[in-house]
Ligand binder design. Structure first.
Ligand code: PNW
Length: 450
């Protein structure tokens, strides 16, 4: 058993995202998002699965909160669906949308669970995509206005804000590889999408800090990069991959500048995209850094004629999750120590905002070992001087795993998608012990003072 002793105050929680669990896509005045469009386009998701119903959390939120209370979770990271707040991505707030999240936040408070709120987990209002989406600078402005509407309503109760979830994955899978919404394959001129996501983050920070006292961060997906060989070609390819996945969405925020070499992302004049003053907006202080970790990246130079300069290879010699992702907990220690080395005093305290695995069975020792491995890696990084404040596992429930539909199961709780029955897996009971040991609460354990 790894050393799972964490300092007092370290928080344990669970993560979800709106489109993956809510369903009720045409209720409460919600407008369509790019994920509705993508999932309803034949052939783009496994088996044609969509988020139309998902976990039906929109109707079952109260019993889902009860599950979290049973788990003893100290924090719940969920996302707000922008198209519930602004059905077309701009203009006044839709009251029914704000009301839904208002009730959710109050329901969490009543159960002693801290709300950690993500504003953008990939479900862009379709109307904004029709105007160019993230390639259009206006989308960043619209995001700032949306952030303000949410913060004005919930800012007194939310405990941490996360502007964007994994902008790199949204950019790479959604705008370069085309396997996620909006399904674009942009091979040159990628910088506008990158820059407008970063600008949206910065404008979001301004709005959130104006209207709320809670700390603000974003959740980035980091992956330690392993070059395939010592060859110059593989080393160069690995450095470029490291730049886009690990530095492109962090250097501008923490260092106020793009990483050297980023210019290859556009054929246009950089100054026509990165306007004066933008980097100041982007690099405003954030009070935490959200880290999502799944696995390292083994990188080689791409064969001649490939559209991209690098390829990501299979990592052999490690156990694999049901998703075929290698299980490399030490990669989490490696990346955390690497963040500390690169950003030094500019690195704010870290929250692990996602880590977890796809595994189907109810008796899921595999998931227990997976989470325990990641927690041991976090402990090791903390012992090496990295400040980590909390851990949210992905995910509370099996849910709509994007292009993979309902096949991949990341939940501590199994969901039968025909009946919507929730069944806690063995990992739920194991994680409950961890949560309750970290934060003994009177409502769960009897009043210790009484
Ligand atoms: C993250 N990759 O997505 C997301 O934040 C979650 O919504 C998602 O359910 C979870 O991880 C599990 O996949 C990722 O291809 C999607 O490397 C793809 C990758 C990484 C993260």
């Amino acid at each position: 058993m790894p050393d799972l002793q964490f300092p007092p105050g370290f928080r344990f929680g669970v993560s979800t995202a709106a489109y993956q669990i809510e369903g009720a896509v045409a209720e409460g005045g919600r407008g369509p998002s790019i994920w509705d469009t993508f999932a309803h386009t034949p052939g783009l998701t496994r088996g044609g699965d969509t988020g139309d119903v998902a976990c039906d959390h929109y109707h079952r939120w109260e019993s889902d909160l009860d599950l979290m209370a049973r788990l003893g979770a100290g924090a719940y990271r969920f996302s707000i669906a922008w198209p519930r707040i602004q059905p077309t991505g701009s203009g006044p707030a839709n009251p029914a949308g704000l009301d839904f999240y208002d009730r959710l936040v109050d329901g969490l408070a009543a159960r002693g669970i801290d709300p950690l709120v993500t504003l953008f987990h990939w479900d862009l209002p379709q109307a904004l995509q029709d105007e160019g989406g993230w390639a259009n600078r206006d989308t960043a402005m619209r995001f700032g206005e949306y952030a303000e509407l949410v913060a004005e309503r919930l800012g007194d109760r939310v405990k941490m804000w996360i502007t964007l979830n994994e902008p790199y994955i949204h950019f790479a899978l959604g705008h370069v590889q085309g396997v996620h919404a909006p399904g674009l394959t942009m091979l040159s001129d990628q910088l506008p999408v990158v820059h407008h996501l970063l600008l949206a983050h910065g404008l979001g920070v301004s709005a959130l800090r104006r209207a709320s006292g809670a700390p603000v961060t974003l959740a980035n997906n980091y992956s330690p990069v392993w070059p395939k060989s010592e060859s110059d070609e593989d080393q160069l390819a690995a450095a470029m991959y490291d730049l886009v996945q690990n530095h492109l969405f962090t250097d501008p925020i923490l260092l106020g500048q793009y990483p050297p070499g980023y210019e290859f992302l556009t054929t246009a004049d950089v100054d026509s995209i990165v306007m004066e003053g933008d980097l100041e907006v982007i690099s405003q202080p954030i009070q935490a850094l959200g880290v999502n970790y799944y696995n390292p990246s083994l990188i080689a130079a791409a064969p001649e004629g490939d559209p991209l300069p690098f390829v990501r290879l299979d990592i052999e010699g490690y156990p694999k999750t049901a998703f075929d992702w290698p299980v490399v907990p030490d990669g989490l220690r490696e990346l955390l120590v690497g963040l500390k080395e690169r950003y030094a005093d500019r690195l704010p305290p870290i929250w692990i905002t996602e880590s977890g695995c796809s595994y189907p069975d109810l008796d899921d020792q595999f998931r227990i070992d997976y989470i325990a491995g990641d927690l041991a890696a976090i402990r090791a990084a903390m012992d090496a001087g990295v400040e980590v404040h909390g851990y949210c596992t992905w995910s509370l429930l099996d849910n709509f795993e994007w292009a993979e539909g309902y096949e991949q199961r990341f939940g501590l709780v199994h969901v039968d998608f025909d009946t919507q029955q929730r069944t806690p897996r063995r990992s739920f009971e194991w994680y409950r012990e961890l949560c309750t040991a970290a934060a003994p609460r009177p409502d769960l354990q009897g009043d210790p003072t009484g």
